[in-house]
Design a protein. Structure first.
Length: 197
């Protein structure tokens, strides 16, 4: 098996019906098949739901990673990062269908873990963009450890603590690394190339 392939590929089902149970599953299965990957990401941004946001964040990370692998720049994730920044401190709203499995934890604790996980996924996307910026944009590169900093400084899983850290520290870091004027400057060539997700 080639490097990078999944070691336990024999245990992965090719049956996609299990995923096609809701809009988020449909978007993941059809990602880049009928429309462009960018149009899928754009559609996911317009649909406010926890599962769709998870899909956007994970597909967005994959999209930007592939762009970098193919010789693109870190700005392939710029518009998604800006969208995340605007909602970074928002606590995700959870629908009853968002939690698929019951655990021994209380429903309140399950909800807290799910919300914390989604907010951390937002921070992980920002960390990816910071890492990919590297030496080409030292200011944005300072964001590469934002997810790890948030986890270290807030301790145990707690949505309330994480949101407090974002409001007091995280948003200031993002603003300092990528102020609005800099974002607008970077967006001009992307819009000219029609790369806006």
């Amino acid at each position: 098996m080639a490097t990078g392939e999944i070691a336990n590929a024999a245990f992965i089902s090719e049956d996609q019906r299990i995923l096609r149970t809701d809009t988020a599953g449909e978007a993941v299965v059809d990602y880049g098949v009928d429309d462009t990957k960018i149009s899928t990401l754009s559609a996911l941004k317009r649909c406010p739901s926890m599962r769709l946001e998870f899909a956007l964040l994970n597909l967005g990370r994959s999209y930007t990673h592939r762009c970098i692998q193919r010789g693109g720049t870190w700005t392939s994730g710029l518009n998604i990062l800006w969208w995340i920044k605007r909602r970074l401190a928002e606590v995700p709203q959870i629908a009853a269908s968002d939690i698929r499995y019951s655990t021994t934890s209380s429903s309140h604790r399950q909800q807290d873990i799910a919300q914390w996980s989604l907010i951390m996924a937002r921070l992980l996307f920002i960390s990816d963009v910071g890492y990919n910026a590297g030496e080409s944009d030292p200011a944005v590169n300072t964001l590469k450890d934002i997810a790890e900093e948030a986890a270290a400084e807030t301790g145990k899983i707690s949505t309330q603590k994480l949101v407090r850290w974002i409001k007091q520290v995280g948003l200031r870091k993002v603003d300092a690394s990528l102020p609005t004027e800099r974002y607008r400057q970077l967006m001009v060539p992307l819009l000219d190339r029609n790369e806006d997700p």
